[in-house]
Design a protein around this ligand. Structure first.
Ligand SMILES: [Zn+2]
Length: 132
């Protein structure tokens, strides 16, 4: 896994537009207004990623967005396609796997050992109480 996107996420120089420009979407697996999942590939090095978009709405009617890019092998992808693509299993991947994420403050970070609170981010019914 030597994709330049990972290196840039690690050193903090990556922004969401650069990621979008660098990736081709190969297949959209889930599409909804709060939860999208697709398979992408880096145009430069062919590294595959599972991409996930997640939206929350606060009780103050503010929207919060998270995006996740989990680098995966082709073998991972065929395994992934056999599971039901729902919030729970996707949250488990994001909890346990190294990945790039854009958080709700628009910061792009590398999570070297997954995000321990991933399940919170995917808990239905999408509404969170953020401190004001
Ligand atoms: Zn790459």
């Amino acid at each position: 896994m030597a994709c330049h996107l990972i290196e840039e996420a690690k050193n903090g120089s990556l922004d969401p537009q650069r990621i979008k420009d660098a990736l081709d979407e190969l297949e959209r697996l889930v599409e909804s207004d709060k939860f999208d999942v697709s398979i992408c590939r880096c145009k430069t090095c062919q590294q595959a990623y599972i991409y996930c978009f997640r939206e929350f709405n606060s009780r103050q009617f503010q929207d919060y967005y998270w995006n996740f890019w989990v680098p995966v092998t082709d073998e991972d992808i065929s395994g992934f396609k056999k599971i039901e693509i729902e919030c729970g299993p996707v949250a488990e991947i994001i909890r346990t796997r190294p990945h790039i994420a854009r958080d709700d403050k628009n910061k792009v970070l590398w999570y070297p050992s997954g995000n321990p609170v991933a399940h919170t981010l995917f808990t239905i019914p999408y509404v969170v109480d953020y401190p004001l």
